[in-house]
Design a protein around this ligand. Sequence first.
Ligand code: AMP
Ligand code: ZN
Length: 137
Amino acid sequence: MKDENCIFCKIANGEIPSATLYEDEEFRVILDLGPATRGHALILPKNHFSDLYDIDEETAAKAMVLAKKMITKLKDVLGCDGYNIVQNNGAAAGQTVFHFHMHLIPRYEGDGAGIASWKQGELSEKDKEEILKKLKD
Ligand code: AMP
Ligand code: ZN
């Protein structure tokens, strides 16, 4: 299940070299070439899935367990103060490479990286009722 036109398939499977932090049968973890902060890494499955809608549940679950292991190690290596796990689905959500990946973004006090700092709105009664109702239909 590889896509020959996909750059992350090539990186994950070692056809294109990368700064690899970890590798096993199913995943490769690499340093992002355009890091948001020092140590920004990506978890790539070796099989091709375009996004979270597409990936099978077992691989998705393994990716999250791997994220836990990686950030637990990396927080000591990097000396960071926090971590964001970011996973984009669709161009509207900022996805630019359409091979499922998870961003592991170390955070440092005052780094100004601008992640998880969206402008908070307010939940309207209309939205709340509509969403809850449609989900049950
Ligand atoms: P996204 O916007 O969620 O699709 O994330 C794509 C990420 O991949 C960005 O953070 C890019 O900096 C990173 N990226 C793109 N090409 C490469 C590459 N060849 N090696 C490492 N990271 C890459
Ligand atoms: Zn791919």
